[in-house]
Design a binder for this molecule. Structure first.
Ligand code: AHG
Ligand code: MN
Ligand code: MN
Length: 328
């Protein structure tokens, strides 16, 4: 499709290609992009917070200012809970499942999100993002159940992220390739900028927080040593979305292994690791815990954590070999 096609037009054309499609996902994505535009606007104003009042503190008028994570969480809920397509929402910012209110129509999907990823970077003008997962619910009653959320990534029906960087972008997949749209702030529309993204088989960068080398799980240091000997260069933003997005487009590997501080890994399976794993596989890349395909992990709880190794296939394969103790 022509670059510059609006997201709305693109979705209409996609729907035509897959005759079984009900249009519900299209409508859900419209809500997600609305939330993304509002969050993008607020993120762009974040530099004014010191002047207008610090988030989480009182502003100059003595009013409480909501933290951007909470703001983003509330905006997603507000734009999605009345679409009629969801039965429940889970989020990094909420301990428990959010049930769609009684007066709102219920739907056949559940939505999970990291409403603001990389939020420690807000104050220093570094790219941040929002990540989301969509599953078809398995239960049939009026209310979504915990099992509707605790599904392995291979059952995802949609996943994506928004990145608030030098531009705001939406990247998503429904299992028919990965597509990227860039927000034209002048007209408030997401325009097709990256169709059918394929990630390079091998990259020139590795992304890992090397400060934790002393406490990494076994054999991670051996892989990083190999990566250096392959003349790869290090790039680590500290916003998963930003690190992932760069590697998706340019090739590379991102690792957040288990370590002594986070023996199960730090990143959350359902709304950080699994949606990005779905995207990377759709783009021809690979994602694992180092031992198991990421999309096959069955979550035990909403905030389940996993080690994550994700990116270009050949790089991830080599990391997996190192972790299993046989790099050759
Ligand atoms: P969040 O801001 O949603 O809590 O996520 C932060 C995550 C992720 O974005 C990033 O890759 C990772 O934390 C960085 O962790 P370290 O500072 O431990 O490297
Ligand atoms: Mn996060
Ligand atoms: Mn977050």
């Amino acid at each position: 499709m022509a670059l510059g096609t609006t997201l709305t037009q693109f979705l209409i054309e996609e729907q035509r290609k897959y005759p079984g499609a009900s249009g519900e996902f299209t409508s859900l994505l419209a809500g997600i992009t609305t939330a993304g535009k509002v969050i993008s606007r607020e993120v762009n104003k974040a530099g004014l917070i010191d002047i207008l009042g610090y988030k989480g503190k009182k502003n100059i008028h003595g009013e409480d200012v909501q933290k951007l994570d909470d703001f983003a969480n509330a905006i997603f809920i507000q734009t999605l809970c009345h679409t009629g397509h969801l039965a429940g929402i889970a989020s990094e910012e909420m301990d428990d499942i959010y049930h769609i209110p009684k007066d709102a129509p219920k739907g056949k999907y559940v939505f999970l999100m990291d409403p603001l990823d990389g939020s420690s970077n807000i104050d220093v003008n570094i790219s941040i993002g929002s990540i989301f997962s969509i599953y078809r619910r398995e239960s049939e009653g009026n209310k979504a159940t915990m099992n509707d959320f605790l599904q392995p990534g291979r059952k995802l029906v949609g996943a994506g992220y928004l990145i608030y960087g030098s531009s705001t972008m939406l990247v998503y997949t429904t299992g028919h390739g990965v597509h990227g749209f860039t927000l034209d702030p002048g007209i408030g529309e997401f325009l097709l900028s990256h169709e059918a993204i394929q990630t390079p088989k091998q990259g020139k960068t590795y992304s890992i927080n090397e400060a934790y080398q002393m406490i990494w799980q076994e054999n991670i240091a051996a892989y990083v040593d190999l990566a250096r000997r392959q003349n790869k260069t290090a790039r680590y933003v500290g916003s998963l979305v930003a690190d992932f997005h760069r590697n998706l487009l340019k090739g590379g590997i991102f690792l957040y292994p288990a370590d002594q501080k986070n023996p199960e890994g730090k990143l959350r399976l359902l709304y950080e690791a699994a949606p990005l794993a779905f995207i990377v596989e759709q783009a021809g890349g690979r994602a694992s815990t180092g031992r198991t395909r990421l999309l096959d992990i069955v979550p035990k709880k909403i905030h389940h954590r996993v080690p994550l190794i994700i990116g270009s296939t050949e790089d991830v394969l080599l990391a997996e070999k190192c972790i299993s103790g046989s790099p050759d």
